[in-house]
Design a protein around this ligand. Structure first.
Ligand code: GLN
Length: 305
C-alpha cells in the first residue's frame, strides 16, 4: 500500500473544499488557533512510517483525545473499580451533557465523555502519588516523546470557563461517584485535556492500540491484550459522542476526537492515523478531519468492516 500517494491525494482534495465549521471558542485559548491548519500522519504497523502531509509535526491541544490515555492508565492500575464507576455504552448525547447523569445516579455512560473522564481523573488522583506528573510520565513513555507537556494557558483558560464540567463534577459528587475534592479533580482534568501533541506523535502513540506486537513488548506493567481490545471497542462505540454511529458509518475505525480539532483512529494490525483540522462540526468533531479519514478508509479499503 502506497500510503504516501493516498495521503497526498486526500490532502489536495481536502484543501480545495470550502471551509465549513467553527473553531472551539468556549475555551478562549483554543479560539486563537489558525482554523486553516491541516495535519495528517499515518504510522503503519510493522514500520515504514511516519507517512505524513501538511502541518503533521505541529503540536496542538489534544483535548478529549487524552481521555483514551487516561483510561489506559486507569485500566493498567486495575480495571474493576473503573467499570464499577463508569459504563461502556454510547451516550447518544453531547460530550458535556448533564441530563443522563441525573437519572443514571451519577454513573457516566462511558469514559470518553466529560463525566466519564472526570471520574477517571478522580480514580487516578486517588491512586497516583503525584497525579499530574505521573500522567505526564506515562504519556511520555507510551509516546516515546520526552517533551510532551501540558499547556498551562489552555488549562487555566478551561478552568476559568468550564462551568459545565464544574456542574458535572458536583452532580457526580452528590451521588458519591467523586471521592476527591471537585477542585482537585477538575485541575487534573483540565491539565490532561491541555496536553499538546502533533499528528506524528499521536499516530505513533496510538500505534500502541493497533499493533499487538508493540503493546506486548511494553511489558506487564501495562495493558493486557484483552484491555487493548476493550479500549478499541470503547473508542468505536463512544469516541465521537452523539456522532459515534456517523463516524463508524463514514470511517469504520475505532477513534477519538478532541475539540482542538484532532482525531486519532486505529486500524488494528494495519495502521494508526492522526489528523488535525480545527474547524469543528456541530457535534464538536473536526469537520475536515472526519472527511479525510472517510476518504482514507474508502481509498485504501482498510477499515474494521
Ligand atoms: N476539555 C474539553 C471539555 O471538557 C474537552 C472536550 C472535547 O475535546 N470534546 O469541554
Amino acid at each position: 500500500m502506497n500510503y504516501h500517494h493516498v495521503l497526498e491525494r486526500i490532502h489536495s482534495e481536502i484543501v480545495s473544499l470550502s471551509p465549513v465549521g467553527k473553531v472551539a471558542d468556549y475555551i478562549p485559548e483554543l479560539a486563537k488557533i489558525d482554523p486553516n491548519k491541516f495535519g495528517f500522519s499515518l504510522s503503519p504497523v510493522g514500520g515504514g512510517g511516519p507517512v505524513e502531509v501538511g502541518d503533521a509535526t505541529e503540536r496542538f491541544s489534544i483535548q478529549s483525545i487524552a481521555k483514551v490515555l487516561a483510561l489506559a492508565l486507569a485500566l493498567a492500575g486495575g480495571a474493576d473499580e473503573v467499570w464499577e464507576r463508569v459504563g461502556v455504552e454510547p451516550s447518544g448525547n453531547p460530550f458535556n451533557s448533564l441530563v443522563q447523569l441525573e437519572y443514571e445516579a451519577g454513573i457516566p455512560r462511558n469514559p470518553l465523555i466529560n463525566p466519564g473522564a472526570i471520574v477517571i481523573s478522580d480514580i487516578l488522583i486517588s491512586r497516583l502519588p503525584s497525579p499530574k506528573r505521573d500522567l505526564l510520565a506515562f504519556v511520555r513513555k507510551i509516546s516515546g516523546c520526552g517533551t510532551v507537556t501540558f499547556n498551562e494557558a489552555v488549562a487555566t483558560s478551561e478552568a476559568c470557563c468550564g462551568y459545565r464540567n464544574i456542574a458535572v463534577a458536583n452532580l457526580m459528587k452528590s451521588f458519591g461517584n467523586i471521592r476527591n475534592s471537585v477542585a482537585d479533580v477538575l485541575d487534573f482534568y483540565v491539565h490532561m485535556c491541555s496536553l499538546e501533541m502533533s499528528c506524528r506523535e499521536l499516530a505513533h502513540t496510538f500505534l500502541y492500540f493497533a499493533d499487538p506486537i508493540r503493546y506486548n513488548r511494553m511489558g506487564s506493567d501495562f495493558l493486557t491484550d484483552a484491555q487493548v481490545k476493550r479500549i478499541n471497542a470503547v473508542m468505536l462505540m463512544c469516541g465521537f459522542y452523539d456522532e459515534a454511529g456517523e463516524f463508524a458509518y463514514g470511517v469504520g475505525l475505532p477513534g477519538k476526537s478532541g475539540v482542538g480539532g484532532g482525531i486519532v483512529a486505529v486500524c488494528p494490525n494495519e495502521f494508526s492515523v492522526a489528523v488535525w483540522s480545527p474547524r469543528l462540526n456541530r457535534k464538536g468533531n473536526s469537520y475536515l478531519g472526519t472527511e479525510a479519514l472517510s476518504r482514507l478508509t474508502t481509498l485504501t479499503g482498510l477499515s474494521i468492516f
